[in-house]
Design a protein around this ligand. Structure first.
Ligand code: AOS
Ligand code: ZN
Ligand code: ZN
Ligand code: ZN
Length: 427
């Protein structure tokens, strides 16, 4: 199914008087503060967030999976789903593929299909955390870090193949997330495992086209519970530094131990020009992969505060990071969840854009902790939802994406088209 702009307009029109009123009020407030609403709107519209192909179906836990109906059964249908999201929010203009879950059979057709929905291909992801049927060697005891060179070579070759697919589709980056690690003290030689990982990554790095980037994702635990080879940003940064200029760290919000100061990690990486990409999600405990902003919206804002500062500061050599969501849904309709996530990201971004940076810097220079907090919290507590809605409206998208999604019975349509018992490839 496709959503017709007229359908969106009809529903928008009903909410328009109310929206106009709140937008005007906010607009005046922002203008008084010296901000230009139109400039902010442009920035919000330019900020596109890639949807991960694996988040369009319901995820599972090791205790079970409860598939919803109408899940995408093919890459084509995944692209359709992202197309629907993008039509509703004009903010999800890219898809991030995972190989081999999303092998494109006919590259030309897949590209044309994505283009017909105005979608680009963001970073491609390799998968050496599962064994595939036709695969010769098992990843049970690691992939790029494995003790056996044959296993390492197989994992290297897989990554090179992923690059080839991505290159044909127009992607410009490879994200490497490794499950590699151990569950018992003594099981693995830390030093050797990290060295082998670096050596393997070097071969993959050398196989990337000249205009490609590599994103090295880190994670402290899971699926192994004693040690992960690339456990933290420091290890990822170490690898990225040794690999070269086109290797960067990828920050997944869920990949930190409780209470980690993620905003500081962001600032440090940007200072080094080494922040390559983001996996947005939220969590209470670990890698929960919950809806962005569902748990800690203030932390998200503080992270964006650093991102905006890093992007605006000319001294930072950091290239524009790749924005992606990494989520897994057990309870919600994945599409509704993704709409909520994109909105939460846009909101935090917009809030960070409204921070008075000069005033904040002055407060910092004079060690005025109270004023610094006031400045940040004023920005965080100003309700910018009408601004985000206006950005969507001006882009012919929905004032309220979830409402339109529900009113157009999108899920019901998808169930009708695809069936009630569908299982998308993914986690
Ligand atoms: C795993 O925890 C990571 O977040 C990866 O980004 C992973 O590739 C993704 O979740 C899809 O499996
Ligand atoms: Zn389509
Ligand atoms: Zn991730
Ligand atoms: Zn994760």
């Amino acid at each position: 199914m496709r959503i017709d702009k007229n359908q969106i307009n009809t529903i928008n029109n009903r909410a328009l008087p109310d929206h106009r009123e709140s937008f005007e009020y906010l607009s005046n407030k922002l203008t008084t503060k010296g901000l230009e609403p139109e400039h902010l709107i442009q920035k919000i519209q330019d900020f596109q967030i890639a949807i991960p192909s694996w988040a369009l179906g319901t995820g599972g836990t090791r205790f079970g999976r409860f598939p919803g109906g109408g899940e995408p059964r093919s890459l084509e249908e995944k692209i359709d789903d992202v197309g629907l999201l993008h039509a509703l929010n004009a903010g999800s203009g890219a898809i991030s593929l995972h190989i081999p879950w999303d092998i494109p059979e006919d590259i030309g057709a897949v590209k044309a299909h994505a283009a017909s929905h105005n979608l680009l291909f963001d970073a491609v992801n390799s998968n050496t955390f599962q064994d595939q049927e036709e695969q010769e060697h098992s990843y049970k005891f690691g992939s790029l870090c494995h003790t056996d060179s044959k296993v390492r070579q197989q994992a290297i070759d897989h990554n090179l193949e992923v690059i080839k697919y991505g290159d044909q589709l127009g992607s410009k980056a490879l994200t490497v997330w490794l499950a590699d690690g151990s569950s018992f003290p003594g099981q693995m030689n830390f030093r050797k495992a990290l060295q082998r990982t670096l050596d393997s990554l070097k071969e993959i790095y050398q196989g990337m086209p000249a205009d490609w980037k590599m994103f090295v994702e880190y994670k402290p635990y899971e699926p192994y519970f004693y040690h992960t080879v690339i456990q933290d940003w420091g290890t990822s940064h170490l690898l990225a530094s040794q690999l070269g200029d086109r290797a960067f760290t990828l920050v997944d919000l869920g990949h930190h131990l409780p209470n980690t100061n993620i905003e500081q990690i962001v600032a440090t990486l940007m200072m080094q020009g080494k922040l390559g990409g983001f996996h947005f999600n939220d969590s209470k405990f670990g890698d929960d992969d919950l809806t962005v902003g569902a748990m800690k919206p203030y932390q998200l804002f503080l992270i964006f505060n650093e991102l905006v500062e890093g992007m605006e500061d000319n001294a930072s050599k950091n290239p524009a990071p790749a924005w992606m969501i990494d989520a897994s849904h057990n309870l919600k309709d994945p599409m509704e969840d993704l709409l909520q996530s994109v909105e939460a990201i846009q909101l935090a971004y917009a809030q960070a854009l409204t921070v008075d940076r000069n005033a904040l810097e002055n407060a910092r220079e004079s060690n005025d902790a109270v004023l610094a907090q006031e400045i940040l919290q004023n920005a965080f507590r100003t309700d910018l939802r009408p601004l985000i809605a206006e950005a969507r409206l001006q882009a012919n998208a929905a004032l309220s994406p979830v409402e339109v999604y529900r009113e157009l019975s999108v899920r019901k349509q998808l169930v009708k088209e695809r069936g009630a018992k569908t299982l998308a490839t993914g986690l």
